[in-house]
Every structure is written in structure tokens, then in C-alpha cells.
Design a protein around this ligand. Sequence first.
Ligand code: ZN
Length: 440
Amino acid sequence: MNLNDRKIFNEKMETLSDDELYGHHQKKFLSQLEYLYKNSKLYQEKFKTADIQLGDIKRLEDIVKLPFTKKHELREAQRYNPPVGNHRACSEDQLSRVYSSSGTTGVPTYIGLTRNDINDVQAEAIARLCWAGGIRPNSRVVNIPTAPFIADTFREGIEKTGATNIPTGFNVDRVISAFKYQGADALHATVSFWTYLLDKLERLDINPKTFGLRRIIGGAEGGTKLIRPLIEESFGATAIEGMGMGEMSCIIFGECLEDRGNGMHYLSQGIVHVELIHPQTLETIPIEAGAEGELVYTSLESRGMPLMRYRSRDNVRILSTAPCICGRTGFKIEVLGRTDDMLTILGVNVYPLAILDVVSSLKPLVSGAVEIQLEAPGPVVEPPLKLKVETGDQPGDGKKLKKLIETKIREKLIFRANVELVDELPKAQYKTQLIKKVYK
Ligand SMILES: [Zn+2]
């Protein structure tokens, strides 16, 4: 079959039945465990402390006997065993690349990848996402760094699909030139950049419809659902999002073109094994429609710095486990928010994304942009929660609008909010922060 005609990038892996997936993951998990026993000092210590022998783990379901791995353990491992930490399971010579992870404060955490990890973990998963989003060998993709290290691996993922990769950096003029002079027709960038680009084109008086952008791949940062209709309509393009975690694989989940808007497929079969746990009791939750919990990841393919039962801090809801119209069998999730961003108001857990959803439902009275003003360190917040809300094109009466937003939030999310309407909130080029810490 012509590569172009494939509907699914890795049809064998992405259409496995539950039983086939279990069998495949069991085999890989047991062999990975043996590899860690032999090669990872961190896991040798962890298994010893937990008093677990290799022979105790016979099946995939025995995974629950293994201890979790947390981010702070990796930071400590790196601090006491520089340069990358004693979870390195290969020789230093075998590391082809060392990335620093994004979004943390203080010393970055470093992630070492072998050639295998680049090809068969990161690039493979990214290629599956790109294909699901409509990238094909004849696509010409402008690749904008969504984080320093993601740009590199995305390049390899894009090239793995057979498409042409056009790196531009963050320079929006270069992005525009790539479409104008290089016939670019696809874009990989954060959701914030989609709107940034649209704004820029409007200011330059360039019609987005004739700009040539047809396929957009984004990183999940919240807000895709809200901004997608405008972006797709303005450009005459399709837009999907994916998500993952640098330490495991930049991409683990992603939407498909055919059913976009209805959740992200699990699409890293054979690369990362996924469990769902209750973030407080740490109990395993079966993956079935409606279930909610924190994602926990286990590397099945990585050789550089593989992790077992790594707590993602990402809380999700399982939307569906039924096969999709696109043919993929990976279950679908929706992101509820990060454990770290979660606020507790009157004993109820509230995710910033839920607030964004409620406010955005009032478009065009509001623009959809919100900033939560955190006056004291979270997660516990005394109501009312202060919100800045950007007004839309037709805001109407300010007093009425403020009241309407506050009532909607009270109805849907139970807590009291104090809304301040503003004409414009600062636009992020990279990643929009929903929470602003206004305390000292
Ligand atoms: Zn699908």
C-alpha cells in the first residue's frame, strides 16, 4: 500500500484489542522490569526498600505491587548523582541527547535519551499523533517550539511521517514567509500561538483563508475546545491536540481528525503503559467510561532513563473505551486539570479549566480569556475567588454582565466569584497562564 493511503500511522499498534494490548504490554513490561533490575540504580534501591524481588512480579496486573515514582525523586536522583541522575539505565556513552524539562522552578530536570528512545519512543508517538491530525508525506509542516525540547523531537516525528519539516523558531514573520514562499500547509504550535498568528495576519491584512494553512497540531494546554471553532473557521483548517510528558514521551494521547472534540485517544501503545489512580488514596481505578483519576505512566520501550509508575499529576476523565469511527481502539480521555493547579474552594476541588469553560459559554459577551487572581498560596481558597474576565465584542451592560458571570459560576461550580471586567488581558505567545499569583 502506498504510504499516503494509510489511514493510521501504526495500524497494528493503534488498533489492538484490549486482550492483544494486555498481552503485548505484559511481555514488554516484564522485560523492561528485568532491564531496570539489572541497570537502574534508582530502581534497584526502590525495589529493595519496597522488598520486591523480580520473581514477585509475574503478570502485568502485578504492577500495582511496585512503588510509584515521583518528580521530586528524579530531582533528588539528579542532585546526588549528577549529571542526569541514577535512574540512567544505559551507559553515559549511549545517551544521544539530554533535554531539560520545562515548566519547573529552580534547577531544571534533565532527561537523557538514547537513539532508540528518540526513534522508537518520542518520534514514533509524535508520528502517530501527526498522522491522526492529517499530516501526510506530502505535507509541509511549520514546526514551532512548544517547549525547547519538544521542537526537536517533533521534527523527528514529523519527518518520520514522511512530511517536510520547516523549522522557523518563534519568529512569526518567518512563519508567514514559510507559508508564502515554501508552500507550507500545516502547523505544529501551542494553542496560544494559533490565536497569536491569527491576530498577526489580521493586523497585516492577510486573509487567513487564503494563507494556506490546512492542518494544525497543538499541544494540550487547555482552551483547544474553546478556540478551535474560530481557528478552523478562520483558516479553513482542521486542528487537533495531543499531550504527553517529556520524561515518558512527549506524546501519549491525541485527538483524531474524524472525531476531534470528543477526547484524546491513548495512542502510545507499546511505548508507555497507562494506569489510572485516585490521587489521594492511590488506589487503581479501572479504565472505563466515566472514570476519573490521575494518570500514571510506565515506560515500555525507553532504554535511557525509563520510569515505572510515574505519577503525572494530570487528572483526566475517561470519555470512551469503544472503538472510534477513525478505526483506532485507544480509549479517549479529557483533561480535568493538574493536581498542582487544582484549587479547593469550600471543600470542593475546582480546576481552572472548568472556570474557563463556564466563562467561555457566555461568548460573545466575553472574549473567553480569564485570569484567576490568587491572593494567597493555594490550593485552599477562601471565597469569593477573584477573576478578571476579558469582555467580548458585544459586552452589553457591564453591571449585568458581571452579575451574569458570577451567577453562572455559582450555578455550575457552586462557589462565589468576584468578577472584574477588563477590556484586554495580556496575550501569551507561548503558554497562557490561567492563574495569576497576586500575593507576595
Ligand atoms: Zn478516533
